[in-house]
Design a protein around this ligand. Structure first.
Ligand SMILES: Nc1nc2c(c(=O)[nH]1)N[C@H]1C(S)=C(S)[C@@H](COP(=O)(O)O)O[C@H]1N2
Ligand SMILES: [Mo]
Length: 460
């Protein structure tokens, strides 16, 4: 296998990811983590990690029968001869001990305090569209809580007496008696992919795109609760959603979104109650809108006749534009996609067939198409969209690829049902400059090097 590292041979003008962003030490830690956690494609199916070192990687890489001398096919393993374990006695199942590398991770480059922290979902290790609840990304502005549901209340009131006829307080029991909906939606933090704005590149897709997750949420449409409280929808065109944690998270949500029936107060996530770190026992689900509006530990909805302009919408989640102006009140997460395999930190063991796969989404509806390039955007092929393709939900795409062992630049470009096409980073920077932190939905590039290592790069 050629282990040449040369970028010069690679098509396209490359900007190598600066490695001083996290500090050299932190970068190597992250790369090591990434390698340990990598989905190395052949892992479970053909490659046996414990296989004698004498079996060359090439033999493992082939899907054709390699029975000769392979103890793992010739000898009957112990688990085929003995008695297995009784039912799991701890009452709640856990992943295999061989999967312990699949974890949420915090970034050594971002400040971690109990007050403000973020953990990233391991997108490179996930299949399909649902994020297992224990791997859902986390973003806490003031730490998380495990709130006693018997003491949790949701209040609905008006900014003035005429906006809400009967202000109400709901217990969790009362909310859970009401007609419910269950829907699959993605939630993406507005800061997802923020590091890529200024040619700063973090090593793996866990860090570039891991502030997105997707769940089946269950709860009660907010419209139903507002109807019960007798909202004056003519004047009451906005609501303020407030969380019960110390961050006093407050966001304005326009009433159109609530009237559409899409916004709901959720207590369920992937068939069970929400996890504490995701807002147990109640959170707001605002499909298509950036994560910050999905207020966790939801305790109050106030109906108002104008936007509230709270700290979380005026100071935070705003974008600094090239002319020095601020772009405020951005809320819809625009169409975006990322290839999760092959992606940064992974290793292709040999040339040959690979299933390129990834995730696409749009805050404006369904994903219509995903194009994939393996040459940095010169040529594009249509990817297969795996079903289901749902509204404001992650969509899984795949494409057959035979790697010839040469450097390749892997990209994906999603189009949503409104016809909006995901921009290149150059197109996005032309409009928005490089000083933003938030709302980066540009095309991601992964460089597959001749030695099989995959890196995060930016194509100029
Ligand atoms: N009450 C409360 N709600 C909150 C937050 C918070 O810190 N407190 N963080 C917000 C942000 S910025 C995001 S991106 C999402 C993260 O949700 P998750 O932690 O379930 O992934 O919750 C939002 N809702
Ligand atoms: Mo966020």
């Amino acid at each position: 296998m050629n282990t040449s590292n040369s970028h010069a041979k690679t098509p396209g003008r490359l900007v190598k990811a600066p490695e001083n962003f996290l500090g050299a030490h932190a970068v190597s830690t992250v790369f090591e983590e990434a390698k340990r956690g990598r989905r190395n494609f052949l892992r479970n199916a053909f490659a046996a990690a414990s296989l004698a070192a004498s079996v060359p990687a090439l033999a493992q890489a082939s899907a054709s029968p390699q029975t000769q001398g392979d103890a793992h096919i010739l000898n009957l393993p112990e688990h085929s001869r003995g008695l297995g374990q009784a039912v799991a006695s701890d009452g709640y199942g856990k992943p295999s001990k061989f999967e312990t590398n699949v974890q949420r991770r915090t970034s050594p480059g971002l400040t971690q305090t109990a007050q403000a922290s973020v953990s990233f979902a391991p997108l490179q290790s996930l299949f399909g569209i649902v994020t297992p609840s224990g791997l859902h990304f986390e973003r806490h502005h003031q730490g998380w809580w495990d709130i006693d549901p018997s003491k949790h209340r949701l209040m609905i009131n008006g900014a003035d007496d005429n906006l809400v006829k009967t202000p109400m307080v709901f217990t969790m029991d009362e909310i859970m008696r009401l007609p419910s909906v269950s829907r699959f939606h993605f939630i993406e933090c507005g800061a997802n992919t923020g590091m890529e704005w200024g040619n700063v590149a973090v090593p793996t897709c866990q860090y570039t795109h891991g502030m997105i997750s997707c769940s089946e949420f269950t709860g009660v449409p907010l419209k139903l609760l507002l109807d019960r409280a007798g909202v004056d929808y003519r004047r009451g065109r906005y609501v303020l959603a407030e969380g019960a944690d110390g961050s006093s998270m407050t966001r304005t949500v326009p009433m159109e979104l609530i009237e559409s029936g899409e916004v709901f107060v959720a207590y369920g996530q992937n068939g069970e109650m929400l996890r504490p770190e995701n807002g147990y026992p109640l959170r707001l689900v605002v499909p298509g809108v950036q994560g910050v509006s999905w207020v966790k530990y939801l305790r109050r909805i106030e109906v108002g006749d104008k936007p509230y302009g709270t700290k979380d919408e005026v100071i935070h989640y705003v974008d600094l534009m090239p002319g020095g102006k601020h772009r405020q009140y951005t809320s819809t997460q625009e169409c975006k996609s990322v290839v999760t395999t092959p992606s940064g930190g992974q290793l292709l063991l040999d040339q040959g067939f690979y299933n390129i796969t990834g995730l696409a989404w749009s805050g404006r509806g369904k994903v219509r198409a995903v194009d994939v390039s393996t040459d940095g955007g010169r040529n594009w092929r249509k990817a297969r969209l795996e079903s289901p393709v749902l509204n404001k939900c992650l969509t899984r795409f795949s494409l057959d690829w035979v790697w010839d062992g040469k450097p390749a630049l892997i990209q994906s470009r999603a189009t949503d049902e409104t016809g909006y096409v995901q921009p290149s980073s150059r197109q996005l920077r032309a409009v928005r400059g490089t000083r933003s932190i938030y709302h980066n939905n540009s095309i991601q590039t992964w460089l597959v090097q001749e030695n099989g290592e995959v890196k995060n790069v930016q194509v100029a």
